[in-house]
Write a protein of this length. Structure first.
Lengths: 500, 150
């Protein structure tokens, strides 16, 4: 397969005026959503899906917009981390460690410029990685049979379980809950309605959009009610963001290493931007922090997490596009959005719908350049957005969630259902149940069941087909290992603590 | 650790166990007229029910410490918010987007500490801006209200 010819074709798609505009809109909204503490990329993407859907955008255009929000948010998250010591989203938590001290030393402009450059390099290297790896992974994955797919999905749930929250069992419960939601509706295999209780509205299944927005946005609004006094900032002054060549070159190796770490962590199912930035930061601290300046405003401490979280969001696209198995909450939402447009990602998408995959990949090159431009000269404008008062911001998120869902279905029932799911999501957040597995379960449930049933139809009911091939054996072993991982890690941690 | 401090997870565990039993029973009643595959519509849901049952038993036996639940005044605010969501869901079609959203925004702004006047002005501004963006900019229709003469 000639990657460059395909990519050139992708650029034709991405450079169409509508798609160019949508990439810009995605980058702009993403930066905004990332910058505002309280709305992260998941909420942003979820709230925008109904708008993209109601506009009847072609699937590649919708994906370009939504993905722009996703990786754009990783750029924006750093702004409030640096200026206010309040991370704009989960991937930018680590950026506060050195970003805020730099701002206190009067180097806010330098920190913002360096982190924008790091984000750009991390993001762009990840798209290059995506371009090079994704087609080969897809080609390889075409050989997956239903048994391998079933094992792969189990593996996605177990890694998410071991990484997503403190308690793996709670993550597993969340996964099963999501899978249960996915079984509601007419069974595609036999035509029998399941768990509909005679309600005609449920025959088509639980509406993905309603669950995604309720689970993330509405529960977020309820959570923000608890922290009403967090983050309402006084006016922040930022001069132009500039960084000296010397500081930039001093951080260059850190940026490159962190991008690599971020990309590979992003590819892993279950691990996303927040884990990537933490790993990159600790690695750099060990490698280059000879004078103990990390944590006290070292520019490299800003460069590492920002390169890593942007690279991770690019890396997370790899399993979503090539295998159709997302590794994080936000990519699961993106996958669900694609399914609403009747597109099923997976290895075949590279052959059947190249305009979607390659259009998206090409738009990510363009989007990263746009983001760099947006985030260098206009950073002062985004910083001013942080002064929007909370009493306005939070109700506005709620209003947008409601209109979005209403615009698609015009149904009061859906709004009530969304509110109910929001309450469930809030209770789950409080009690330490991660939300991402629910959405992953809802998105993958049907495919998981179909693949299981197909495998057993092939074998005539013999369950050993599920672990017959070497590849499925490896996947089951990996799934088991990932489940044991947190337990082993805590055991090791305890032993190390004892030794010290 | 004082007794009762792990109650949240135990309650959640019991509720989830009930869900798994109810879901499992409902799954057990499923029957297909013809079988296209050896598993049929029942097997996967039953698998889920059993897994949830096992996990929820684990949660009951090994619960985490309770989270900090919000104090009464925050809880009141959250309830006020949820109630307004329900009212808004039903009011949107008859009252129309502009009026319903302005009132809802004013109420929510108030819950987040703004005064009535600021809230109403902010709400009106946002509702009008969203209306213009959605209806005229994006071409997505929003309800005008059944109660008003067209």
């Amino acid at each position: 397969m000639d990657v460059f010819a395909q990519l050139a074709h992708g650029f034709e798609v991405a450079l169409a005026p509508l798609n160019l505009f949508l990439a810009f809109a995605g980058a702009f909204l993403g930066t905004l959503i990332g910058a505002l503490p309280g709305i992260g990329p998941v909420n942003g993407v979820a709230i925008l899906i109904p708008i993209a859907y109601a506009l009847k955008l072609p699937p590649e255009s919708a994906l370009i917009l939504l993905a722009g929000v996703y990786y754009g948010a990783e750029y924006g998250g750093r702004i409030s981390s640096i200026l206010l010591n309040v991370p704009g989203d989960a991937g930018a938590v680590i950026t506060t460690l050195d970003g805020y001290p730099m701002a206190q030393k009067g180097k806010a402009g330098e920190a913002l410029a360096l982190s924008a450059l790091s984000s750009f390099i991390g993001g762009t290297l990840a798209v290059i990685g995506l371009t090079l790896f994704a087609p080969y992974l897809a080609e390889w994955a075409i050989r997956f049979g239903p048994a391998e797919y079933f094992a792969l999905m189990v593996f996605a749930f177990t890694t998410l379980a071991s990484l997503a929250g403190k308690n793996p069992v709670k993550a597993l419960i969340a996964s099963v809950f999501g899978l249960m939601l996915a079984t509601v509706g007419i069974d595609p295999g036999s035509g029998v309605p399941r768990f509909t209780f005679g309600e005609l509205k449920l025959y088509d299944g639980v509406d993905f959009l309603v669950v995604a927005i309720g689970l993330f946005a509405i529960s977020e609004v309820l959570t923000l009610m608890e922290h009403t006094f967090l983050g309402t900032a006084t006016r922040v002054k930022v001069e132009t963001a500039l960084v000296s060549m010397k500081t930039f070159l001093g951080s260059l190796w850190t940026i490159l290493r962190s991008s690599l770490i971020g990309f590979f962590i992003g590819v892993l199912p279950g691990a996303g931007a927040s884990i990537a930035s933490a790993v990159a930061y600790t690695t750099e601290k060990r490698l280059v922090d000879r004078d103990g300046t990390f944590g006290a405003g070292d520019p490299r401490g800003v460069a590492a997490p920002e390169a890593a979280n942007n690279a991770a969001s690019g890396g997370a696209m790899v399993p979503m596009l090539t295998l159709g198995v997302p590794g994080s909450g936000t990519t699961a939402v993106l996958l669900g959005a694609l399914m609403m447009f009747n597109v099923t990602p997976g290895p075949l998408i590279f052959e059947q719908r190249p305009e979607i995959v390659w259009g998206l990949i090409a738009s990510m090159y363009i989007g990263n350049v746009m983001l760099l431009v947006l985030n260098l000269p206009l950073v002062g404008w985004f910083a001013r957005i942080l002064t929007v008062p909370r009493w306005f911001l939070v109700p506005a998120i709620a209003a947008l969630s409601f209109i979005g869902v209403y615009a698609v279905n015009n149904s009061a029932f859906d709004l009530l259902f969304m509110t109910g799911i929001g309450v469930v999501g809030y209770l789950m957040r409080k009690a330490g149940f991660p939300l991402a597995p629910v959405i992953l379960g809802l998105v993958l449930g049907r495919l998981m069941e179909i693949n299981l049933r197909r495998a057993l139809a092939i074998s005539g009911g013999d369950f050993s087909i599920l672990y017959a091939s070497p590849l499925s054996k490896v996947l089951w072993a990996l799934a088991l290992l990932s489940l044991l991982f947190p337990w082993v890690a805590s055991l090791l941690g305890r032993r190390i603590a004892k030794d010290e | 650790m004082e007794p009762g401090s792990r109650r949240s997870d135990r309650i959640a565990g019991v509720l989830l166990l009930l869900l798994s039993v109810g879901y499992g029973l409902e799954a057990g009643r499923l029957q297909a007229d013809f079988l296209a595959d050896p598993l049929g519509p029942r097997a996967f849901p039953l698998l889920l029910a059993v897994s949830l049952g096992v996990f929820s038993l684990y949660l009951i036996l090994r619960p985490d410490p309770d989270p900090a639940w919000p104090p009464a005044h925050v809880l009141g605010g959250q309830l006020g918010m949820l109630l307004s969501f329900v009212v808004y869901s039903y009011a949107l079609a008859p009252l129309g987007f502009l009026l319903a959203t302005t009132l809802e925004m004013a109420w929510l702004s108030r819950l987040f500490g703004a005064g009535w006047r600021t809230g109403l002005l902010g709400g009106l501004g946002l509702a009008a801006a969203l209306y213009v963006i959605f209806v005229f900019g994006l071409g997505i229709p929003l309800p005008l209200g059944r109660w008003w003469p067209a």
